[in-house]
Ligand binder design. Structure first.
Ligand code: SF4
Length: 381
């Protein structure tokens, strides 16, 4: 049993079932989610027989690689999962605190053209404990209190919906790290039914939509999900999210030179978002070698931002972090898989029960046809 994936009520049931008193569950939960232990033997107030029983039940990530930026202290982690899959996470230091960007899936089946994370397809969903442990490992490693979490790494979080919701509840649980839901951001490429479901959960998290284009035609070129849901359906779902939660939507817009960064693109975006309660995060893409997308130059970025602002749309340009350590999202993971003699069985095939190339939104011919552009982790969702 992966006990680190169990919320306190379920952990209590499990412990009582095993013949231990219920109060032990709370102690155990504190060790796992507040003191962030990695080994049952560290739990000094838990009886030995219980520690022994639990010794195989505590899932932890294994560090495969770590890079640190000499420019801004950004740290990138590649973690190995117990089945050999690999994922990556990023630690960033800001004026307002320390932030971790985590992965929600090993790989991704969404096929966004500019993204390295999807190049090998989806291997599988991450468990709740695998999502939590990225933060726990990094908090222990850096010795810093993590105050912000963004679910914007490899994977489409809403494609791993149930685990995502349990993760949010446990991360914001006062018996655990107690990170305010307002400091948790979930980013999606736009799965309409799941956006509406998420709204109905009434979390107070920030929801970010990967928009990247202001017309259906352009968006379909960049993101296969746009073939399934039109912009008007996605924006309706976002408005529903705002109405249900009172939380303003963040729209992520990756700026790709010559693709979506012209004055007319900005005007289309203004038309689309005028009077919409939102914030636009502009992200000059980080090129990846498998694609030929180029980053917009500084003047185009400035012009785009000014146009939005003079038309009443709140916009910021995302600062690029960890430039010297190959910041493009999904790149480190892919490089690790490529270098490990074909990688893990699942991750190289991109196939599993959760979805795979067969299940992908992107056909391989489509993928080849469009394999001309790029983006980065920082830039994508
Ligand atoms: S941008 Fe996000 S949803 Fe799109 S392929 Fe990359 S990881 Fe998946």
């Amino acid at each position: 049993m992966d006990i680190k994936s169990l919320p306190l009520n379920e952990l209590t049931e499990y412990i009582v079932d095993k013949g231990f008193p219920a109060f032990r569950a709370k102690q155990l939960y504190t060790w796992l989610h507040k003191k962030l232990i990695r080994d049952a033997e560290e739990m000094t107030n838990i009886p030995k027989d219980m520690r022994k029983m639990l010794s195989e039940d505590i899932v932890t990530l294994t560090l495969a690689k770590k890079l640190e930026s000499a420019i801004d202290g950004t740290k990138k982690y590649v973690f190995m999962l117990s089945d050999g899959n690999v994922i990556e996470s990023v630690f960033m230091s800001y004026k307002h605190g320390y932030s971790v960007c985590i992965s929600s899936q090993a790989g991704c089946r969404m096929g966004c053209r500019f993204c390295a994370s999807t190049l090998l397809g989806l291997s599988r969903n991450l468990t709740v404990s695998e999502m939590l442990d990225q933060i726990y490992y990094i908090e222990r490693d850096t010795g810093m209190r993590i105050s912000n979490v963004v679910v914007m790494g490899t994977g489409e979080p809403l494609d791993n919906y149930d685990n995502l919701c349990t993760f949010i509840k446990m991360l914001s649980d006062e018996n655990g790290l107690n990170i305010s839901q307002r400091n948790i951001t979930v980013s999606s490429c736009g799965l309409v039914p799941e956006i509406r479901r998420l709204a109905d959960e009434h979390f107070t998290i920030t929801f970010a939509l990967s928009l990247h284009a202001a017309t259906d035609e352009k968006r379909r070129e960049l993101m296969p999900i746009a073939k399934r849901y039109s912009l008007s359906e996605v924006l309706d779902a976002c408005m529903y999210y705002f109405n249900e939660t009172g939380r303003r939507i963040t729209f992520e817009y990756s700026l790709v030179a010559g693709e979506n960064d012209s004055v007319s693109d900005a005007k289309e975006l203004i038309k689309l978002l005028k009077n919409y309660p939102c914030h636009v995060n502009l992200i000059p893409v980080n090129p990846i070698k498998e694609r030929q997308y180029k980053r917009s130059d500084k003047n185009s970025v400035r012009r785009f931002k000014e146009l939005l602002e003079t038309n009443g749309i709140n916009a910021t340009v995302r600062r690029s972090m960890g430039k010297d350590i190959d910041a493009a999202c999904g790149q480190l993971r892919k490089a690790h898989i490529d270098s490990s003699k074909g990688g893990t069985k699942d991750s190289t095939k991109g196939g599993s029960s959760d979805g795979s190339k067969d299940d992908s939104l992107d056909s391989s011919s489509d993928r080849l046809k469009h394999s001309t552009k790029d983006g980065s982790k920082d830039s994508l969702k």
